[in-house]
Write a protein that binds this ligand. Structure first.
Ligand code: 5AD
Ligand code: FES
Length: 354
């Protein structure tokens, strides 16, 4: 049954997500074969710059939520952001991800817009730019696209409305419908769209996770990033930690999710989420060996990293970009993959749709 690709139904997906032992080994192996066949054996780097932790939202799981007053808020200066992007370009990363808390003030929108133009300028237009700056209007998405962004990451977090409101307060700023609409607007604006969910949330069932995978398929996404949920002491969801699976179980389930998604959507880009590494030091490499093909080395200037802890045990807090790159390069080679230096590494799925 697990050799099938594309047309898995919900019950089959649930069964696959639950596999253990030899069947699981076969699933993970199959996912890797499908990846290599459909996308090649290259891993693409996206240099991640977490340029601001100021956020207008209050997601119940997130360490940088507005209501967490223990966090020291920062804005990385434009000069430092450009320096990180220059590092990415000079090291032939080919692409960067600008990520921040969610703001939608005119000043923020303009700031991102100006940054996009400058990044294009300093890299002769060569550096690809992904944004991960939350829900914005279609107009803003269009404006940023015109200024040079071409991919956008916006996780749905959970595609189940009820679960969505267990992990977000139900109000105007955290509307499930608006989030779906934002994903549709991103497609309309022309982006390669990436979404994803957290795995192992309190109240989350296998059925929810199977529906998440079917949701990705229905939305026809180009990219996906999903990782284990990690409890954070200074967030409201922490009170439900007694409901959680063990960290190892969440980790294993996250790998199963990646593998099943690879069978369902063979030619998309799947990221090896940083949260995997918060549980297992080799977590991201393990994901790259079972279906993932993108990794996001952290290029945030080291001084700010301490304050961008969405979850506890976030790795690489005190390593600089150079160290991260060297360490990753060695690990990826050890895992038997090549690094797609100098290539944008667009998802084959997106290319074939064009
Ligand atoms: N555990 C795991 N992932 C988290 N994120 C935010 N908080 C947590 C947490 N406590 C993820 C969300 C968000 C992404 C940037 O980080 O899925 O979309
Ligand atoms: Fe910032 Fe969720 S807490 S977007």
């Amino acid at each position: 049954m697990w050799l099938k690709i594309f047309g898995l139904d919900k019950q089959e997906i649930i069964q696959l997500l639950k596999t253990t032992g030899e069947e699981r080994t076969a699933l993970l192996k199959r996912a890797q074969e499908v990846k290599v066949k459909e996308t090649g054996n290259k891993v693409y780097f996206r240099g991640l710059v977490e340029f601001s932790n100021i956020c207008a939202k209050d997601c119940l799981y997130c360490g940088i939520r507005k209501g967490n007053d223990k966090v020291i808020r920062y804005d990385v200066s434009d000069e430092e952001i450009l320096e990180s992007c220059r590092f990415a370009w000079e090291n032939r990363f080919a692409s960067v991800v600008l990520q921040s808390g969610e703001l939608s003030s005119p000043a923020f929108i303009k700031r991102v817009d100006d940054l996009l133009k400058k990044i294009k300028q300093i890299s002769n237009g060569e550096l690809g730019i992904t944004l991960s700056c939350g829900e914005q209007s279609l107009e803003t998405y269009r404006r940023w696209f015109e200024s040079g962004a071409h991919r956008y990451l916006l996780r749905i977090e959970s595609s189940n409305r009820e679960l969505y409101y267990k992990i977000h307060p139900e109000n105007e700023t955290h509307s499930f419908e608006k989030r779906i609409e934002a994903l549709e607007n991103l497609k309309t604006a022309g982006y390669q769209v990436g979404t994803g969910v957290m795995i192992g949330l309190p109240f989350q069932t296998y059925e929810h996770l199977a529906d998440d995978l079917l949701f990705f398929q229905k939305l026809d996404i180009d990219m996906c990033g999903m990782g284990p949920y990690l409890e954070h002491e200074d967030t409201p969801l922490y009170q439900y930690r007694h409901l959680l699976k063990t960290k190892q179980e969440r980790f294993d389930l996250a790998l199963n999710m990646i593998a099943v998604l690879r069978l369902l959507m063979p030619d998309i880009n799947i990221a090896a989420a940083t949260a995997l590494q918060a549980i297992d030091p080799a977590g991201r490499e393990k994901a790259l060996a079972i279906g993932a093909n993108v990794i996001m080395p952290n290029l945030t200037p080291t001084a700010y990293r301490e304050e961008y802890q969405l979850y506890e045990n976030k790795p690489c807090l005190d390593e600089d970009a150079e160290l991260c790159r060297n360490c990753l390069e060695a690990r990826i080679h050890m895992a038997g993959s090549e690094i797609g230096y100098g290539e944008w590494g667009d998802s084959k799925h997106f290319q074939s749709r064009k």
